[in-house]
Design a protein around this ligand. Structure first.
Ligand SMILES: Cc1cc2nc3c(=O)[nH]c(=O)nc-3n(C[C@H](O)[C@H](O)[C@H](O)COP(=O)(O)O)c2cc1C
Length: 359
């Protein structure tokens, strides 16, 4: 009888282990015979985006021109009504595109198109053959958002310098400073406020991908692996929860508890500002965010955007006053030395589903 129970438990464990394997496989791989343009777009699509909406569309003309468009059907109308985060995400895409093109031996000329509101065309990138920049593309593949607790040790000064290369528009506040503690406290409070907002809950539920089927079908959104809901909990959520369950009080409360741990367990906060709230400033902040996330990856420092205090207008005002910011606050992330460094897990749509190639 005991042996039978043990056997059933073992089968259960093996089954769960296999079911836990969502994530990196959810990313459509780069095909072996991909040409340079496919490769460049592939690496660009590995950029982060709010709620993993991947709000990009691309047209590739020959092997010399790439046009980037905003996919405004993917805007988060509740938490991002001005489209700030949509354009930050597109800025991150541009940064990856530029780094990948440089690594593959192209020099880029990036023209931002101010008519984006009417045509949705955000940028025209022209490529010219050049020497490789030597940038290691594996850093783009390894970059990720990490929602686990980090070590609370201060980030070493020489490493902060490598992450924040231009301090005119980016501030770093160590956890041990009054400002660092203030940002942590305000982030949690803003998260709580947003978590109680029914419209924000419903919007989040629309981008939640609990089941493996949904991940395979949509290849976007926030998954259980991305939320660090793993093991038995992950198994239960993936197999028995519906997206609407993300709006239930139990799930919302669990999110608040996780956020409490996150804000208390990091080495510091990056606050990205811009001269104004224009599309150009947002794209620029997006490029900076991506560069910093990649720099952190190279240093084995975890990176977790936490933007509720920018999204919730009343908190944004308080932040401006308390941190004496002269410019517009656009993006916030907590960083810290990683306790573990897991591989990326968030899905991506394939190159062919976001890009059209004209020969
Ligand atoms: C503009 C912007 C805002 C974001 N805000 C948050 C946030 O408030 N909380 C969070 O956990 N992740 C946030 N993220 C991270 C995204 O959810 C993440 O990039 C996306 O799910 C893809 O995952 P990856 O970065 O691991 O590739 C944000 C990302 C961007 C670009």
């Amino acid at each position: 009888m005991m042996n039978m129970v043990r056997f059933l438990l073992m089968i259960g464990e093996i089954f769960m282990l296999f079911s836990c394997k969502t994530g990196i496989e959810a990313r459509s791989p780069l095909s072996g015979d991909a040409d340079d343009m496919h490769k460049i777009i592939y690496y660009a699509t590995l950029a982060g985006s709010s709620h993993n909406t991947q709000p990009w569309k691309v047209e590739v003309r020959g092997d010399r021109e790439i046009r980037l468009f905003a996919d405004t059907a993917r805007v988060l109308n509740v938490v991002d009504p001005t489209k700030r985060e949509l354009y930050i995400s597109l800025g991150a895409f541009i940064e990856n595109l530029d780094l990948a093109a440089g690594s593959l031996g192209y020099k880029t000329d990036i023209e931002l198109t101010p008519t984006a509101e009417s045509t949705n065309c955000v940028a025209v990138v022209t490529l010219k053959r050049a020497h490789s920049s030597g940038f290691d593309l594996r850093l783009i593949s390894a970059r990720r958002t990490l929602r686990l607790p980090f070590h609370t040790a201060d980030i070493r000064a020489e490493e902060v310098k490598k992450i924040v290369t231009d301090d005119s528009q980016t501030g770093f506040y160590a956890t041990s400073t009054p400002q660092g503690r203030f940002i942590a406290e305000q982030t949690l409070s803003a998260y709580r406020q947003q978590a109680q907002n029914r419209a924000a809950q419903a919007e989040f539920a629309r981008w939640v991908r609990f089941s493996d089927r949904d991940i395979r079908l949509r290849q976007d959104g926030i998954t259980t692996a991305g939320m660090e809901i793993n093991g038995i909990k992950g198994f239960v959520v993936r197999n028995f929860f519906k997206p609407a369950d993300a709006e239930k009080s139990k799930f919302v409360q669990a999110g608040i508890q996780t956020t409490e741990k996150q804000v208390r367990n990091c080495g510091g906060w990056l606050v990205l500002t811009g001269v104004d709230n224009s599309m150009q400033s947002w794209l620029d902040a997006g490029r900076r965010y991506q560069r910093m996330n990649i720099a952190c990856t190279a240093l084995r420092i975890g990176f977790h955007p936490m933007n509720q205090l920018v999204e919730e207008e009343n908190y944004k005002q308080v932040m401006h006053e308390k941190l004496r910011l002269k410019n517009e606050i656009l993006f916030v992330a907590r960083i810290g030395y990683m306790i573990e460094m897991p591989a990326p897990v968030s899905p991506r749509r394939s190159v062919d589903s976001v890009a059209v190639f004209y020969r």
